[in-house]
Ligand binder design. Structure first.
Ligand SMILES: [Fe+2]
Length: 380
């Protein structure tokens, strides 16, 4: 049975998104005080487009933390929780990429969980103790990268490098109260980061389209996101600051986020986790690395495959993998897996850790360990 599409996030877009949201802060979030502002640093909160919001926020008690983290780890959460322990925040404003927004979600879900040590947080995530809390702190996402879609999903990824694991904090109450889309904020992001985040969004959209939990509304968003990314991502290198390209990629990321907010991801993301944990591959690169190979295997199980291929601008399933690998080359991203330390000897370590519950079993076609070994071996 197909599930209904649901997403409760208020989304502010367009030239005056910042102004619109600033007015909403005044009207609808008047009780939200004090506010914890998390940013990705480098003074992004001083960006001119954010000033209508910052001016409203500054009327309240504010604590601003510039975070310097990518892929938030349990250790990061413990450290930040210690820093804000005496600050009784009632709202979190997250201005950053997926790492900043996922940190905001962790601080929202686990505000009342004392975090003197990493084991407390580890247990809270393993046993989902945060779901018992009455109070999840409302948060607002202002993405500064175009890719994660975290501003419209209700889960966060927290890594546990000490134990070689990753956790997902999931709760319907973790949807942002609002998402404010300001494409200009993404212009100062390094080009490679922009490429990897766009590839991440491409996977979110494609995986949402073929997911076992797909639905007709999700699929409209997914196709639109794929069309925009395949057209505009190759153009980014010619002029990385072009406002029109940035705007298209920001909207594509939002649509991809809306698409997979209802389905979650599938085989490609599942396979990406050990590629990131064991071989340090950036998330968007690791996720997109097997997109073409998985598409070839999934093809017979994908409804309306022709529309998916059309969105990619290709006629045959075999053309998607070369399209993605060509993008890597255009952006000088090494393509063979051996460049990331993967060898015929250690490929099994990846295979063994590639089967995340809720991801691999959300794929329309079974990818056996043998099939995955074959896929990865071909790429060494
Ligand atoms: Fe992702």
């Amino acid at each position: 049975m197909m599930s209904p599409f649901y997403n409760p996030v208020r989304i502010f877009t367009g030239r005056d998104s910042s102004q619109q949201f600033a007015e909403a802060v005044e009207k609808d979030f008047s009780q939200a005080d004090p506010i914890l502002v998390l940013t990705r640093g480098n003074g992004v909160h001083r960006h001119s487009r954010l000033q209508p919001i910052m001016a409203r926020v500054e009327n309240k008690t504010v604590r601003l933390l510039e975070l310097d983290i990518s892929n938030p780890d349990i250790a990061d959460i413990v450290k930040i929780k210690a820093e804000v322990e005496s600050f009784d925040y009632r709202m979190i404003l997250a201005i950053g990429g997926g790492s900043v927004m996922d940190t905001a979600k962790a601080l929202s879900a686990m505000k009342t969980i004392p975090a003197s040590d990493e084991n407390t947080i580890r247990r809270a995530m393993e046993d989902k103790l945060y779901t018992a809390t009455n109070e999840m702190v409302p948060w607002v996402g202002i993405p500064t990268t175009s890719g994660t879609g975290s501003e419209v999903t209700c889960w966060a990824t927290i890594w546990d490098k000490a134990f070689g694991k990753k956790y997902s904090i999931t709760d319907e109450r973790l949807y942002a109260k609002a998402a404010v889309i300001i494409p200009e904020l993404t212009s100062s992001v390094p080009l490679k980061t922009s490429v990897f985040t766009a590839l991440d969004a491409l996977c979110h959209a494609t995986e949402a389209y073929w997911s076992l939990h797909t639905n007709p509304v999700t699929r409209v968003y997914a196709l639109e996101a794929i069309k925009k990314i395949t057209v505009f991502l190759p153009k980014l290198k010619d002029n990385p600051e072009a406002a029109a390209v940035r705007e298209q990629l920001a909207m594509a990321s939002l649509y991809a986020g809306l698409a997979f907010s209802n389905t979650r991801t599938t085989a490609c993301h599942s396979i990406s986790y050990p590629l990131t944990l064991l071989h340090g591959m950036e998330h968007g690169l690791a996720a997109s690395y097997t997109l073409g190979a998985v598409l070839k295997r999934n093809a017979p199980g994908i409804a309306e495959l022709d529309r998916l291929l059309e969105a990619f601008g290709v006629q045959h399933v075999e053309e998607v993998e070369p399209f993605i690998f060509d993008l890597y080359r255009q952006y000088h991203v090494p393509t063979p897996l051996r460049e990331y330390g993967v060898s015929f000897q250690n490929v099994q370590h990846i295979v063994q850790r590639a089967y995340t519950k809720g991801r691999m079993d959300n794929n329309p076609t079974e990818i056996t360990a043998e099939a995955l070994t074959e896929i990865l071996t071909e790429m060494i």
